[in-house]
Design a protein around this ligand. Structure first.
Ligand SMILES: Cc1ncc(COP(=O)(O)O)c(C=O)c1O
Length: 486
C-alpha cells in the first residue's frame, strides 16, 4: 500500500497555508476522473462510492454533460436575471412536467434554495394569515445548509453555536416522532407557517423518515394552514430510485428543494412550488445573481434527461439491492454493523458499539485499499455511488470495502484513556506496538473527523482543530511511526 508522495504532501501543506481551516479533507490529491473512478497525482486508482457526496450521479467526465456544457459555453455563460435564457426556462419546464411543481426558483446551492423556501413560507403565511404566523418546525439531527437561517433551522449545535444571536420562531422535535409533531401543532395556536423535513436525513446518519411520520406532517400542515417543505437536496434526482423521494412516501409537499445531483457536479439548485404559493414572491422580494445561470441550466437539463428514465430509476433499485446484500454478507463475516439502512443508492451502515466512533477509521482504511466512502457522523459509514455504477463495479467496491473493514477489525487494537473531548485514543499494531496516537477528537464536521496527533517517538503534539493530520510524519522528529497504522 502506498503513502502520499512528496508532491501531494507539498500541495497539502499549501492547502493548509492558504485555505480557511473549516474542512478536513483526505490526504490524497485527485487528478482526473472517469465514470465511477478517480486517479490521484501518484497514479493510484480509486473506485468512487461517494459521488462527491451524492452529487456526481452520472459519474465523472460524462461525455453528454461535457457536450451540454461546452455547447452552451460557446454561446453565452451569463446574462443576469434582467434577461431570460432558454436553458433556464427549459429546466424549469422539465421540473414542472416531472413533479407536482408549477413554479421554479433557480439558485446555486442547497442552502440557498432552503433559504428561499423558508423565506417564501414566512412571506406567504404573513401575506395570507397575518404577521404572527411565522413558526417553523424542524427535526433533531436535521441538516439544511450553512446560511444563518438554514443552519439555525437545521439546529445542530456543532454547526450553529458561537455565531451570535439566532433568528427566532424555530423549534425542533425528534425525527420520526409522530406524537411530537401532533403535540407541537396543538400547542402553537395556528402560528406555524412551515415544517421542513428531509425524507432521509443524510448528514444526520442516513435515517429514512417513515411514511407515517411524513403523512402526519402533511395532515397537520393541512389542518393548520402550514406549508410542508421537503428538503430533497441529498435524496433527489433519482438517488432513491424515484426522481424525488416524496413519490415513495405517498405525500405531496408544498415546496421541494433540490440541488447536489441536479447539476451532476455543476453548481445549481432549484426550489419547486405551486403557482399559488409562488405568488408571494413578487418582483424584488427575492433573487440571486447566478440563479438560472445558462451553463448550469444546460447541464441540469441533460442530467434530468439522462436520469429521469424508467431504466435508470429501476436500475437504482436493483443496484441498491445488490449493495445491501453485499453489505449484509460483509457483516456476517466481520460483525461490524448494527444497522444497514437508507434508500436507493444512499446507504448508511451504523457501526456496532464495539466500533464506536470508528467510521472515519474504516473510511481511511478503504482509501488505502482504493475505495472512496463517506461517513455521516462518527458512527455511520455512508455510501452514495454514482447512479451509473455497474454491477461489476459494485462487486469490486464491496471487495475493497471488505478489505478496508478487515484491516480495521483485525489490524488494530484500540486503547483509550479518558472520556469526552480530551480522550486519548491510540492503536496497537499486530505486533502489539503502539503505532498511532491521537489526542482529543477535534471536530466532526460534515463527513470527517479531525485529529490532533501525539508523536509516539518524541512526544510532539501536532495538527490543529479541523485538520486531518494522522497520516503525516511528525514535524519535529520526522518520526515515521506516528500516525502510520500497520
Ligand atoms: C439535506 C441537505 N440540505 C441542504 C444541504 C446544503 O446544501 P449545500 O451544501 O449545497 O448548500 C445539504 C448538503 O449536504 C443536504 O444534505
Amino acid at each position: 500500500m502506498t503513502t502520499p508522495s512528496e508532491n501531494t504532501s507539498i500541495v497539502r501543506e499549501m492547502y493548509e497555508q492558504v485555505m480557511t481551516p473549516n474542512y478536513a479533507p483526505m490526504a490524497i490529491l485527485p487528478e482526473r476522473g472517469q465514470g465511477c473512478r478517480l486517479w490521484d497525482t501518484d497514479g493510484k486508482e480509486y473506485l468512487d462510492f461517494t459521488g462527491g457526496i451524492a452529487v456526481s450521479a452520472l459519474g465523472h467526465a460524462h461525455p453528454e454533460l461535457i457536450k451540454a456544457l461546452t455547447d452552451q459555453a460557446n454561446k453565452f455563460w451569463h446574462l443576469s436575471n434582467f434577461l431570460i435564457n432558454k436553458p433556464a426556462i427549459q429546466l424549469a419546464k422539465m421540473l414542472c412536467e416531472s413533479t407536482f411543481a408549477e413554479r421554479v426558483f433557480l439558485a446555486n446551492s442547497g442552502a440557498e434554495v432552503n433559504e428561499a423556501a423558508l423565506k417564501l413560507a414566512r412571506r406567504y403565511a404573513i401575506d395570507k394569515y397575518g404577521k404572527n404566523k411565522i413558526k417553523i418546525l424542524a427535526f433533531n439531527n436535521a441538516f439544511h445548509g450553512r446560511t444563518w437561517f438554514t443552519v439555525c433551522v437545521g439546529g445542530q449545535p456543532k454547526y450553529s453555536e458561537r455565531f451570535g444571536p439566532k433568528p427566532g420562531g424555530i423549534s425542533h422535535r425528534p425525527f420520526n416522532d409522530v406524537m411530537a409533531v401532533k403535540k407541537y401543532f396543538a400547542e402553537q395556536d395556528d402560528k406555524v407557517c412551515a415544517v421542513i423535513v428531509e425524507p432521509v436525513q443524510g448528514e444526520g446518519g442516513v435515517m429514512p423518515a417513515t411514511p407515517e411520520f411524513v403523512q402526519t406532517i402533511r395532515e397537520c400542515c393541512d389542518a393548520h394552514n402550514a406549508l410542508m417543505i421537503f428538503d430533497e437536496i441529498q435524496t433527489g434526482v433519482g438517488r432513491s430510485g424515484k426522481l424525488y423521494t416524496y413519490e415513495k412516501l405517498a405525500v405531496i409537499p408544498d415546496i421541494l428543494t433540490t440541488a447536489k445531483a441536479l447539476g451532476g457536479g455543476f453548481p445549481i439548485s432549484a426550489m419547486l412550488t405551486t403557482e399559488e404559493i409562488a405568488s408571494s414572491l413578487v418582483v424584488g422580494t427575492h433573487g440571486s445573481t447566478f440563479g438560472g445561470n445558462p451553463l448550469a441550466c444546460a447541464v441540469a437539463c441533460k442530467v434530468l434527461e439522462l436520469i429521469n428514465t424508467p431504466e435508470m430509476l429501476s436500475g437504482v433499485e436493483t443496484k441498491s439491492h445488490q449493495m445491501i446484500e453485499g453489505l449484509k454478507a460483509i457483516n456476517q463475516k466481520h460483525n461490524v454493523f448494527a444497522d444497514i439502512r437508507g434508500v436507493g443508492l444512499l446507504l448508511g451502515c451504523e457501526l456496532k458499539a464495539h466500533y464506536q466512533d470508528r467510521a472515519r477509521d474504516i473510511l481511511t482504511s478503504c482509501v488505502r485499499h482504493g475505495l472512496l466512502t463517506l461517513v455521516a457522523g462518527p458512527n455511520v459509514l455512508r455510501l452514495a455511488p454514482p447512479l451509473i455504477i455497474t454491477e461489476q463495479e459494485i462487486a469490486e467496491g464491496l471487495k475493497l470495502l471488505e478489505a478496508g473493514i478487515a484491516e480495521v477489525v483485525s489490524g488494530d487494537s484500540e486503547f483509550r484513556d479518558g472520556t469526552g473531548p480530551t480522550v486519548q485514543i491510540g492503536y496497537k499494531n499486530k505486533n502489539n506496538q503502539l503505532c498511532c496516537g491521537t489526542r482529543g477528537v477535534a471536530g466532526n464536521d460534515h463527513n470527517v473527523l479531525s485529529y490532533k496527533m501525539e508523536c509516539l517517538d518524541c512526544g510532539e503534539i501536532y495538527g490543529a482543530n479541523g485538520t486531518d493530520v494522522w497520516q503525516r510524519k511528525c514535524p519535529n522528529c520526522q518520526g515515521g511511526k506516528a500516525g502510520i497504522r500497520y
